[in-house]
Ligand binder design. Structure first.
Ligand code: CUA
Length: 318
């Protein structure tokens, strides 16, 4: 990691940004020097009343200078690129002990599937979360990725690497967080109306905390403990919510929208668009199209009492 990139969460991220910054700085200096010289010469030696423009040809000293400086700059760029490439090229092979996670990206959210207790994807006890994924610190994680609709691109700059998710063509990307933290990511391929609000959060935590999170996610939704929340569950199951959403442990098992089994455990709603508070959740349920035009969730008409009950229930889904 580089001292000027203190927010980075992985070794590769520091090296990739180091390469980018080194090339940016060197080419930036070259740009300024060349453009400044250009403007200087254009003004100083231009044709003026009573004087012809100045032309030069075959000036040995000038030829040597403007051949040597670019050549030295190119060699320096080559050496710097090679220095970083040697460090970064380990990214090309996925480590054998990488933890597998499947990511489906669709307009406009990230559907993230974790393996069952045996560590293999594709078993009945896989579970799915949205837009907030947890990873263990120090262990490589490999994402196998695909999108059902259009091309999206997974990009979490503090951990680095960027890879497209292409309909009908699986791609993969691996990351390794070197320290705990919450690292923001963003869809990096224009994918429609809400592309800019297609964010994700990667939460890197110690092995113990990660295992505890896995165990919590595998549990079904808790039973509502009070009358208000029980009424909220009835609103959920008998209203339009259950047509699209899953809450494990209830009859709601639809796959169109996000799995809400542990909704209250997330910090944001709508792919990082809103903080997960009762007020924002209420606004989202009543009129998601106003908050995120083009989102696939329709507006849900509920009277005030039903809405309050539903919020109480959803708030209990830790
Ligand atoms: Cu998904 Cu841009």
């Amino acid at each position: 990691m580089h001292w000027w990139l203190p927010l980075k969460g992985s070794t590769f991220a520091g090296d990739i940004d180091g390469l980018f910054l080194a090339i940016l700085i060197i080419t930036g200096i070259a740009f300024v020097v060349v453009e400044a010289g250009l403007i200087w010469f254009v003004i100083k030696y231009r044709q003026r009343p009573g004087r012809k423009a100045f032309y030069t040809h075959g000036n040995t000293r000038a030829e040597v200078i403007w051949t040597t400086i670019p050549a030295v700059t190119m060699v320096a760029l080559g050496l710097i690129s090679n220095h970083y490439w040697v460090r970064i090229k380990g990214r090309n092979s996925v480590p054998a002990n990488a933890y597998p996670i499947a990511i489906h990206a669709k307009q406009f959210e990230w559907q993230v599937t974790y393996p069952g207790a045996d560590g293999q994807l594709g078993t009945p006890d896989d579970f799915t979360v949205r837009n907030q994924l947890h990873v263990p610190v120090g262990r490589p994680v490999v994402f196998t990725m695909e999108g059902p609709d259009v091309i999206h691109s997974l990009w979490v700059p503090p951990l680095h690497g960027k890879k497209d998710l292409i309909p009908g063509h699986a791609t993969s990307l691996w990351i390794k967080a070197d320290r705990p933290g919450a690292f923001g990511g963003q869809c990096a391929e224009f994918c429609g109306y809400q592309h800019a609000h297609m964010r994700l959060l990667v939460i890197a935590e110690s092995r113990g905390a990660f295992d505890a999170w896995l165990a919590r996610q595998r549990r079904p939704a808790p039973e509502p403990t009070d009358a208000q929340a029980r009424r909220g569950r009835d609103v959920f199951l008998t209203g339009p919510c259950a047509i699209c959403h899953t809450i494990v442990g209830t009859p709601a098992a639809a796959r169109l929208g996000p799995d809400l089994t542990h909704l209250a455990g997330r910090t944001t709603l709508a792919a990082g668009t809103l903080p997960n508070t009762p007020g924002h959740l209420a606004g989202w349920i009543i009129d998601p199209q106003r908050i995120k035009p083009g989102v696939h969730m329709p507006s849900i008409g509920l009277d005030g009492a039903d809405l309050q009950a539903l919020l109480a229930y959803l708030g209990s889904l830790k």
